[in-house]
Design a protein around this ligand. Structure first.
Ligand code: 5AD
Ligand code: SF4
Length: 495
């Protein structure tokens, strides 16, 4: 039987208990750039002949954090396994954005309990956004004694020390900082791919949309120095990477906190990255309020800047947008949308939409449908509003029954699907550039990749094409993908 360690937890050992209230306070504390990450001598080689497995939930930011944790574990000698029963360290990198994401994680932690019986030396760690929530930490402390370690989004660089404590102490180790976070520059990264890479350009979010937990779990906006980012992209280009995606919760706020630079923003950064010899550059996620003209002008220069804009709208109704705290109206969103469309010919647009925000009326929901029809999005991530404890929206009374919200989601999805199909149909017989990412999950005989506009393309060809940019002629279009024929490069005659 697994012994409950809860009774032995010494709360005074916490640096600070995780607290949404504390996280809400934005202080003017200076962001420290820390460059001295190293593995303590006693932890070097501790993972020799041992295996780790990291399970990742949620957004690209989490995927990239997982790459960093994998890099740290590998520096300690651990190697990766895909077999859960083989693992000596299991880390669950969690997402807090909606309740169903959290429920999945709790279900999974429950499922890990028997593994602990078979391998008492196994370390189970919970990290990521859920670990920043006090309710989650309390629930784990009380109900999931199989967990050995909980650490937050600001403590990833302390993984070696935390693992050391977890390995040598009998207590559950909890370290979650409510502080707003620093920037740690020299962390190892075990990147998942060899031709596509995530590059963090900033951390945190100061937007505080009233429904969203991210500003609490990820801390305040802090931008990495442009020279560090540019060097990272240059290095990836030298290593032969074909595509980078610049990441941040609100990339359009990039640079606002770099007070010593004169109005240096995402436009300036992209203008410099544009000159680096890497074939494709993407960025996400954008916030319409901060999307400025300079960035639009730079995107219009094309080159390696891909023509795909993910521009979350959340709602097509100005009153709802106001209560959401989004800082723009329906009209301003549409103005921006058309401005970008004009400057970046052929661009594809995707968005995020929340239905069933507290008290959303039928007419307000229909405004969302009409905006989607107007913009003819190439795709949309659609969600039913999920109350997140500690956020302002969670305190609002809501008179909309769940059945109504579900029905609205269905109507919205029907429209989104129809528009996706129509937008893909326009690719019929076109020759598109595809970065070949691997074999198709559905059919191992087919290769799969994305166009610059982020459309999925499946086609047959030799596996040697994986990692290359190739030309494919679209022969059939579907709702969420295109089928095509690889356009073999003409042989160069040897005369
Ligand atoms: N409920 C539902 N969807 C949410 N999102 C963020 N917070 C919530 C919430 N509380 C959605 C937004 C955001 C995307 C990443 O997740 O659409 O853009
Ligand atoms: Fe959340 Fe709004 Fe920040 Fe996006 S911009 S992460 S929705 S608070």
């Amino acid at each position: 039987m697994v012994e409950s360690k809860f009774s032995k937890v010494d709360f005074s050992r916490y640096f600070q208990p995780p607290s949404l209230k504390a996280a809400r306070r934005r202080r003017r504390e200076k962001v420290h750039i820390i460059n001295d990450f190293s593995i303590p001598d006693e932890m070097k080689g501790i993972g020799r002949n041992k295996k780790y497995l990291i399970e990742t939930y949620g957004c690209q930011m989490n995927e990239h954090d997982t790459e960093v944790m994998a890099g740290i574990l590998q520096e300690m000698g651990y190697s990766e396994t895909a077999e859960i029963a083989e693992a000596d360290v299991i880390l669950i990198n969690t997402c807090a954005i909606r309740e169903n994401a959290e429920n999945k994680v709790f279900g999974h932690i429950g499922y890990l309990k028997p593994l602990k019986r078979e391998n008492p030396g196994l370390i189970i760690g919970v990290c990521g956004c859920m670990a920043q929530e006090e309710t989650v930490v309390n629930r784990i402390l009380h109900k999931y004694p199989q967990v050995d370690l909980i650490f937050g989004t600001h403590n990833i660089h302390r993984l070696p020390q935390l693992l050391q404590e977890a390995l040598f102490s009998k207590e559950m180790v909890v370290e979650v900082w409510s502080k707003e976070g620093d920037i740690i520059e020299n962390l190892p990264q075990a990147r998942k791919g060899h031709f596509q890479a995530w590059v963090n350009i900033m951390y945190g979010c100061d937007k505080f949309c009233t429904y969203c937990i991210v500003p609490y779990t990820r801390g305040k906006e802090r931008s990495r120095r442009p020279e560090e980012i540019i060097e990272e992209v240059r290095d990836l280009a030298r290593q032969g990477y074909k595509e980078v995606t610049l990441l941040g919760q609100n990339v359009n706020a990039y640079g606002k906190d770099l007070k010593d630079l004169d109005h240096y923003g995402l436009g300036n950064l992209m203008d410099e990255i544009r000159k680096i010899g890497i074939p494709r550059v993407r960025f996400m996620t954008s916030h319409p309020k901060d999307f400025d003209d300079h960035l639009i002008e730079v995107l219009g220069k094309g080159g390696n800047l891909c023509e795909h804009i993910h521009l979350p709208v959340q709602s097509g109704n100005s009153d709802i947008l106001k209560i959401m705290g989004r800082g723009y109206t329906r009209e301003r969103y549409l103005d921006l949308f058309y401005k970008i469309k004009k400057a970046v010919p052929g661009a594809s647009f995707t968005t995020d939409i929340i239905v069933g925000f507290p008290n959303e009326t039928e007419a307000q929901f229909e405004d969302t449908l009409s905006l989607v029809r107007t913009c003819r999005f190439d795709g949309a991530y659609t969600f039913i509003y999920s109350p997140r404890a500690g956020t302002p929206a969670a305190r609002m009374k809501d008179n909309i029954p769940m059945e109504v919200k579900k029905e609205r989601l269905q109507r919205l999805n029907k429209l989104v699907n129809q528009l996706a199909e129509e937008s893909n149909a326009k690719y019929q017989d076109q020759v598109v550039e595809v970065l070949v990412e691997g074999t198709s999950r559905k059919n191992a005989d087919m290769l799969t990749g994305h166009t610059r506009t982020n459309k999925v393309v499946n086609f047959s060809g030799p596996e040697s094409l994986i990692g290359q940019l190739v030309q494919v002629k679209v022969t059939e279009t579907k709702m969420w993908s295109l089928d095509g024929e690889w356009q073999r490069e003409p042989e160069v005659s040897q005369s």
